[in-house]
Design a protein around this ligand. Structure first.
Ligand code: ZN
Ligand code: ZN
Ligand code: ZN
Length: 363
C-alpha cells in the first residue's frame, strides 16, 4: 500500500504542479499510511526520504537519513491521541505543523509550504516495539524533530530546535517480511514462534470453540450436548510459501479431548444422562500474510479438520454413541469449528497479534 502511495506522490511531483490532495488520493485510501519518513542525522528533523532529492537541511546541503523508517498515518480524523495538520514541506522536505497562520522557518527560505497528504500523528501514548517516542514540535521552525538526544540538531531559526507541546510517538517499519523469511528458513525459529502464539492464544480459543460446538448441539432428536469441557494439546507446525509474503501454515494438534453430557429423550431425569469422552486429533490450517505496513501479520482463511476420533460413552446406548461419533467422523465437527473460527475476526486478529509478539521476542 505504502509503495503504491509513494509512486502516486512521485508521479505528482514529476507532473506539472498538480494539486495533490483530493485529486490523486481516492477516498478509499482514507486510512492509509506513508513510509519513507526518516530522521535527519544532520538537523534532527523528520523528513521525507522517498524522492531522489533529499530536500534542504538547516545544517547545510540536503538531509541525510539515519535509523528507523517511519510509516505515518494520513487522511484520518484527529483524536484525543492523534494530531492532524501535519504536512510535508515541498521546499525543504520536512514534516511541519500547518495548523497555525504562520508557517515556521523553512531552511529553503521563508515559511514552510504544505504539499500532499494531511498526516494525523499519534501522541501521548507509550512507546511500543514498533513506535518511537520523544518526537516533538519545534516552537521556532515548526518542524517535527527528535528530542531524544542531548544535542537538539540544527534549527533553521538558528541554534538547536526547541521542544514545545505534545510528545509524539511515531510508528515505524520493522521489516516483518524479512524477519519471517529468515525465521522460516531451515533451523530458523518459526516453529518456536508459532508454538508461542499457540500457547498464548490458540489453545484457549480452540478449547472454547470446541465446547461451543458441542454445547447445545442436537446429535439426534432429544439428544443435545451440554457441560462440555475441552482440553487442547501441544502442536507442531509445518509451513510452505503460498505467494509473495504469504505462508500456508498447518498446525497438527494430536492429543485433544472433550468431555460432555447429552440429554436423553427419556423421562428418567438428568441423573441418567449419558457422559461422553471424545479423544481427537486436530489439524488447524490457515494463511499467514506478512506486510511491510501495519498490521505486520494477518491471518486469513482458517480450516480445522479432525483426525482419529475415539468416542467413549458411559450410560449411553450403542445407537447414541454411534450418533455422537458420527459428529466427529463425518465432518460436522470440523465444519462447525471451521465456520466458527472464520466468522470470528477477533480470533484471527488475536492469533495474528500473538504471532507478531512472538516474532518480536524471537528477534
Ligand atoms: Zn536535515
Ligand atoms: Zn520547509
Ligand atoms: Zn526548529
Amino acid at each position: 500500500m505504502s509503495h503504491l502511495v509513494d509512486r502516486r506522490v512521485a508521479l505528482a511531483v514529476a507532473g506539472t504542479g498538480l494539486v495533490w490532495s483530493g485529486l490523486l488520493l481516492p477516498s478509499t485510501a482514507a486510512a492509509a499510511a506513508q513510509g519513507s519518513w526518516r530522521f535527519c542525522r544532520k538537523c534532527s528533523s523528520l523528513f521525507y526520504d522517498g524522492f531522489p532529492a533529499k530536500g534542504v537541511c538547516a545544517a547545510g546541503g540536503a538531509h541525510e537519513a539515519a535509523g528507523l523508517v517511519f510509516v505515518l498515518p494520513y487522511g484520518v480524523p484527529e483524536t484525543p491521541k492523534a494530531q492532524s495538520h501535519w504536512r510535508f514541506c515541498g521546499k525543504c522536505s520536512v514534516m511541519f505543523f500547518n495548523g497555525m497562520p504562520q508557517k515556521g522557518a523553512c531552511p529553503a527560505h521563508g515559511g514552510h509550504e504544505a504539499h500532499g497528504f494531511e498526516f494525523t500523528l499519534p501522541h501521548s501514548t507509550p512507546e511500543t516495539p514498533t513506535s518511537q517516542g520523544k518526537w516533538r514540535f519545534c516552537g521556532r521552525c515548526e518542524a517535527m524533530f527528535f528530542n531524544g538526544f542531548p544535542a537538539k540538531g540544527a534549527c533553521p531559526a538558528g541554534g538547536g530546535h526547541q521542544a514545545v507541546g505534545l510528545d509524539f510517538t511515531l510508528p515505524y517499519e520493522t521489516d516483518y517480511p524479512n524477519k519471517v523469511t529468515k525465521l522460516a528458513q531451515p533451523n530458523g525459529q518459526l516453529q518456536r514462534v508459532l508454538k508461542e502464539a499457540w500457547d498464548d492464544v490458540g489453545r484457549a480459543v480452540v478449547a472454547e470453540r470446541v465446547q461451543k460446538a458441542v454445547n447445545g448441539r442436537e446429535f439426534r432428536r432429544g439428544t443435545s450436548g451440554y457441560d462440555a469441557h475441552a482440553s487442547i494439546g501441544e502442536m507442531t507446525a509445518a509451513w510452505s510459501p503460498k505467494g509473495p509474503q504469504q505462508w500456508h501454515v498447518a498446525m497438527t494438534v494430536p492429543g485433544n479431548n472433550v468431555e460432555f453430557h447429552t440429554t436423553t429423550p427419556t423421562v428418567f431425569g438428568s441423573y441418567a444422562d449419558p457422559a461422553f469422552r471424545v479423544g481427537f486429533g486436530l489439524v488447524v490450517e490457515f494463511d499467514l500474510a506478512v506486510h511491510q505496513g501495519n498490521p505486520p501479520i494477518t491471518v486469513g482463511v482458517t480450516r480445522a479438520n479432525t483426525t482419529n476420533a475415539s468416542v467413549h460413552g458411559s450410560n449411553a446406548s450403542g445407537t447414541i454413541v454411534e450418533t455422537v461419533a458420527d459428529f466427529w467422523t463425518h465432518g460436522a465437527f470440523s465444519r462447525t469449528i471451521t465456520d466458527q473460527v472464520n466468522n470470528d475476526q477477533q480470533f484471527q486478529k488475536s492469533l495474528a497479534g500473538a504471532v507478531t509478539k512472538a516474532i518480536d521476542r524471537a528477534w
